[in-house]
Every structure is written in structure tokens, then in C-alpha cells.
Design a binder for this molecule. Structure first.
Ligand SMILES: [Zn+2]
Length: 313
């Protein structure tokens, strides 16, 4: 067994949430496209490659019986379902602690009712870690949070987000809090017991593990499928090589369901200009397979809770 651990994470942001974020017009009936189209495809790839993954599901989606069936099948195949909130608010970091608690509670309940399993982990929409969130997750007995992206390049994501929303009213009147803040870049790249008063710092006695989304050693460049799809194979290999030089550092490689979705039926101009979605569908799938194969051949892939149990023993 390789001493290196990789956690393959998939955020199941559905098409309705992408449409809300960017003010899109979707073809009728396509709001659930990530569960109808991308999730079965990703599950097929993971199962074929024998890669256990962790899917972060939005509670509202799990309330649909067909979606819940797909997630139950994923669990039977050895994957883990974690929570990505109940409604995926775009202003998650600006919510009050009570509102965050409601999102965490309802998301957990929806996943439990739909899958029969209570989620052990959480990822905030838009990497929006906060003191309130950490306090809520500790109170509610979660084992891990995976919201922080310890990278100083949040501004680049925000710039891209604004560029994609130009000319629309999406998010107007809403203080969007997506993408890492600069202080998040001070956090460890390795999992750490998270201090509720300073989520970017460690507190040895804390009951909650923070599992940062991958940012590469030294330069802290974001290392996730969407960025690699856009920046190319050399970027992927450079970041992977930086990780491989740090064998004790687990790789938390994040995909989004939309990375593997076929947008052929979506005519909104957004899908022709968005950096990842505008790439040919077959190319994206081919590259995702290559990323997973490269990671699998260098790392021991496991679900997040299996990793948490492993480091506790
Ligand atoms: Zn999300």
C-alpha cells in the first residue's frame, strides 16, 4: 500500500445552483442535470477504477427520491456522502450563526432521510469557512470540515466570477462570499485540529478536523480538476509533482459534478464562454480519467472518513 493518501472529493453543485450563481437560462427540466447526467457518469468511472470518493451533496437535491437512490447506490459501492449545506447559499460566510446552524442541520437531515446515513463531514459553499461554521459543526458532532482552501488566489476566482456574471443580475443585492479569503492562505496544507476562534489555526484539543482542499506546496496554487482542465496537463503534472515531493501530505483532489456534465443541450451563451464548461465534453472526461489514473497510481485513494479513522489510530 502506498504511504501517500488521496481523497477524491466531488461537490455536487446542481445546475439550479450554477444558474442562480450566474443568472442563466436553463432548458426546461435540466435543473437537476448534475444528478441526471454527471453523477452516474462519475460513479461509473470511480467504480471502474476502484476509486472510493466522497460526494458533497446539497440537502435540497437529496430530497428528490431519484437523487437519493443514486446516492444510496454510491454508498453501497463504497463511496461516502458528506454535506454541502441544505440550499447552497452564495453568501454563506455572511450568514448569522443561527442561519448557518439551520443550513447544517437541514442538510444533515435531508441526507439522513434520503440515504439512511448521517453525514460525518461538511463543506461550505464557496470554501466559506468561518468561526460560526466551526462552532456549529463541533456542536453538531461532525468529524471533519473540508471548507478551507489555503490559497492566496481567491481574488482570481472572484475576478473570473464577476467576469462570468457581467450583464446579468445574478447575485445583485447579495453579498457573495465565495472563494478563499487571503487569511485562509495562512492555514496548514495538512489536516489539522481546527481552532473555532481562528479557523486557519490549529488547536490540539479541538474535536473537529479541518481537511484543506488541495493547494500546492510552496506556491499554494489551487490544485483541483476545474483549474487543471483549464490550464492543461502541464499544470496538473507540475502540481502533482510538488505533492509527490511531500509524501506525508494527503492530496485532497476536488472535482465538481459540472466538470463531468454534458452541456450540449444548454444554449445559454454562458456555456460557450465559461472557462471549463466551454471545453469539449469528451475532452473533459478523457482528462478527468487521466488525472484519476495518475493519482491512483501514486496514492492510496480512500474515503474521507476512512482517512480520518486511519490518522486517529
Ligand atoms: Zn458548491
Amino acid at each position: 500500500m502506498s504511504p501517500r493518501s488521496a481523497l477524491i472529493h466531488v461537490d455536487l453543485d446542481n445546475l439550479w445552483s450554477i444558474a442562480a450563481c450566474y443568472g442563466l437560462c436553463l432548458p426546461a427540466g435540466s435543473e437537476n442535470g448534475i444528478y441526471d447526467d454527471a453523477l452516474p457518469r462519475l460513479l461509473g468511472i470511480f467504480n471502474e477504477m476502484e476509486i472510493p470518493a466522497t460526494f458533497f451533496a446539497v440537502g435540497r437535491d437529496v430530497e428528490l427520491p431519484d437523487n437519493a437512490v443514486k446516492l444510496r447506490k454510491a454508498i453501497v459501492s463504497g463511496h461516502e456522502i458528506a454535506s454541502h449545506s441544505q440550499t447552497h447559499p452564495l453568501n454563506f460566510r455572511a450568514l448569522s450563526e443561527r442561519e448557518i446552524d439551520h443550513e447544517v442541520e437541514q442538510g444533515g437531515k435531508s441526507i439522513y432521510h434520503g440515504t439512511g446515513q448521517k453525514p460525518s463531514g461538511f463543506r461550505a459553499p464557496g470554501y466559506a469557512v468561518s468561526q460560526s461554521l466551526i462552532r456549529v459543526l463541533i456542536r453538531r458532532g461532525y468529524h471533519y470540515d473540508s471548507s478551507i482552501m489555503p490559497s492566496p488566489y481567491g481574488f482570481a476566482f472572484r475576478w473570473m466570477d464577476a467576469w462570468l456574471r457581467r450583464g446579468t443580475t445574478a447575485g445583485s443585492g447579495l453579498r457573495k462570499t465565495q472563494f478563499p479569503y487571503f487569511c485562509d492562505a495562512l492555514a496548514s496544507l495538512s489536516p489539522y485540529r481546527v481552532n473555532p476562534n481562528h479557523p486557519e489555526r490549529e488547536l490540539a484539543s479541538s474535536g473537529l478536523l479541518e481537511i484543506p482542499v488541495a493547494a500546492s506546496p510552496l506556491l499554494r496554487l489551487p490544485f483541483q480538476a476545474g483549474v487543471c482542465l483549464r490550464l492543461g496537463r502541464r499544470y496538473f503534472e507540475a502540481q502533482l509533482s510538488a505533492f509527490l515531493k511531500r509524501p506525508s501530505l494527503p492530496l485532497v483532489f476536488l472535482l465538481h459534478g459540472a466538470d463531468a456534465a454534458d452541456f450540449q443541450a444548454c444554449t445559454d451563451p454562458f456555456f460557450r464562454r465559461a472557462p471549463v464548461f466551454s471545453l469539449p465534453f469528451a475532452d473533459r472526461i478523457g482528462k478527468i480519467r487521466i488525472y484519476l489514473e495518475r493519482i491512483r497510481s501514486n496514492y492510496d485513494c480512500l474515503t474521507t472518513m476512512d482517512f480520518v479513522r486511519r490518522i486517529k489510530t
